[in-house]
Design a protein around this ligand. Structure first.
Ligand code: FAD
Length: 423
């Protein structure tokens, strides 16, 4: 028997196992997946919990329910990988041998990495929404918060779902407007980037959307510490931003065992070939999803497209054949913009987000680079698709590689506020 060991039963690991199980003969291949617990979280749902749109029950389900028959789920923390011995050591002392290893242990927020962030104000006036506990605590806070200076903050890139902090700012604006208290809230979006987003065209558009909503943008802000007493965030170039409520995205890092195993970069992401996910050091080790050091967004959509490419390549690789499919870095991100609308952006390693229709060129029904109600419904519908189609490994009618068909290579639309400034 050959053994495929998948580390992490999150978005990518679950899809890898479910897609490969029918393709690998059960009398020749064992597939084992390891995770630290049996709770699968639909993380995009964390964004909506603070605003009372989703409850935690809607975003958490047992992992075991989403793994097909013939896949063994081992519950336990991973302590380290010994890649020269083809062995994984669990924290409880168990050893798991493998012939092929797929690392899909994602990335996680690490507030302890920034001085003062996880200090005495954590959970009082400093929150995150990148964990279930964080988003639930923030929901409680927002129920009674009377207003003041709300600072939405990104510590350092890369983070998973790069639009999520912007979405939080847009949803907060809409939330306070609905409660007739927007005039009592000053919102500032603080980022280490030089604009609102990572991609220049989308950055300009999203920057305009911040402007339209009266949300101030503080770019190039590299946080040095959170001052709990003064309630400020302080940058290395000594800028200080006061807050009454800080909603931060802490430094995101790959799993600690990746570092302990000597398999990661300085943020514990696993270096791999960006087209095949194969490690340059070990011919039987792959990394996929947020755990990999891919130069594209860390997002569930990327994991989905990547797994489609990976599974076909993997079947060739184990037969000693050349891997013929090449991942293009395809990502699509919904950007919830408040008041029942959302924008959608679609890009890859080489092509910036462009206007057009998605997934069917000319038809949509989703519209790229524009705020639309249909995009918002697409985002909400995605939760159902995630549990019922994506995780079980069903093929969705969307192209794996980014399509240029029907896309318009035009300048980014200028927001009304920007237009006024230009005139
Ligand atoms: C607030 C928020 C909003 C988001 N919105 C979107 C969105 O709209 N669209 C989108 O595409 N993506 C979105 N994402 C990102 C998306 O959720 C992730 O990119 C996706 O889940 C990555 O899948 P993964 O399998 O790589 O990692 P994960 O799904 O995080 O899975 C990693 C797994 O590894 C396990 N693990 C880690 N370390 C260990 C260890 N030492 N031992 C045992 N097990 C371990 C974890 O328990 C986890 O189950 C969002 C994320 C957040 C936080």
């Amino acid at each position: 028997m050959k053994r495929l060991l998948v580390l992490g039963a999150g978005t990518a690991g679950t899809m890898v196992a479910n897609k490969l199980r029918p393709a690998l003969a059960t009398d020749e291949w064992e597939i084992t997946v390891v995770d630290q617990d049996d709770s699968h979280h639909y993380q995009p749902g964390y964004l909506f919990i603070p605003f009372g749109v989703y409850t935690s029950e809607e975003v958490v389900k047992p992992r075991s329910r989403y793994l097909s028959a013939g896949i063994e789920l081992v519950l336990g923390g991973i302590d380290r990988v010994l890649p020269e011995e083809n062995l994984v050591k669990l924290a409880d002392g168990r050893d798991l041998a493998y012939d092929y290893l797929v690392i899909a242990t994602g990335t996680r927020p690490c507030p302890d990495e920034t001085p003062g962030m996880a200090g005495e104000e954590w959970g009082k006036s400093v929150f995150d929404f990148y964990t279930l506990e964080g988003s639930k605590a923030l929901a409680e806070k927002l129920k009674t918060w009377e207003g003041g200076r709300l600072v939405v903050h990104i510590t350092e890139m890369p983070i998973k779902c790069p639009p999520a902090p912007l979405e939080f700012a847009f949803l907060a604006d809409a939330f306070f407007k609905e409660r007739k208290m927007r005039h009592r809230v000053e919102i500032t979006f603080v980022t280490p980037l030089d604009g609102a987003f990572t991609k220049p065209t989308a950055s300009r558009l999203l920057g305009g959307m911040l402007d339209e909503r009266g949300i101030a943008l503080e770019p190039d802000f590299y946080i040095e510490r959170v001052d709990n007493e003064a309630k400020t965030i302080v940058s290395y170039d000594e800028r200080e931003i006061p807050f009454d409520l800080l909603v931060t995205v802490p430094l995101n890092m790959g799993a600690a065992f990746v570092g302990r195993s000597g398999m990661g970069d300085e943020l514990n992401y696993v270096p791999v070939d960006k087209h095949t996910f194969l490690s340059p050091h070990w011919d039987n080790v792959f990394a996929i999803g947020d755990a990999a050091d891919l130069p594209t967004s860390k997002a569930g959509s990327v994991a989905h497209f990547a797994v489609e490419v990976f599974t076909e390549n993997f079947l060739q690789h184990v037969k000693g054949q050349a891997m013929t499919r090449s991942f293009d870095g395809h990502a699509n991100c919904f950007v919830e913009s408040g008041a029942g609308k959302a924008m959608l952006i679609d890009f890859n390693y080489d092509v910036e987000p462009l206007p057009g229709k998605y997934p069917f060129p000319g038809l949509g029904p989703l519209t790229l680079m524009e705020e639309r109600r249909m995009n918002h419904w697409g985002k909400l519908m995605f939760r159902w698709l995630y549990w019922n189609a994506l995780l079980p490994g069903r093929r969705l009618p969307v192209p794996t590689s980014m399509s240029m068909t029907g896309k318009r290579k035009v300048a980014t639309p200028i927001s009304p506020v920007e237009k006024e400034k230009v005139q």
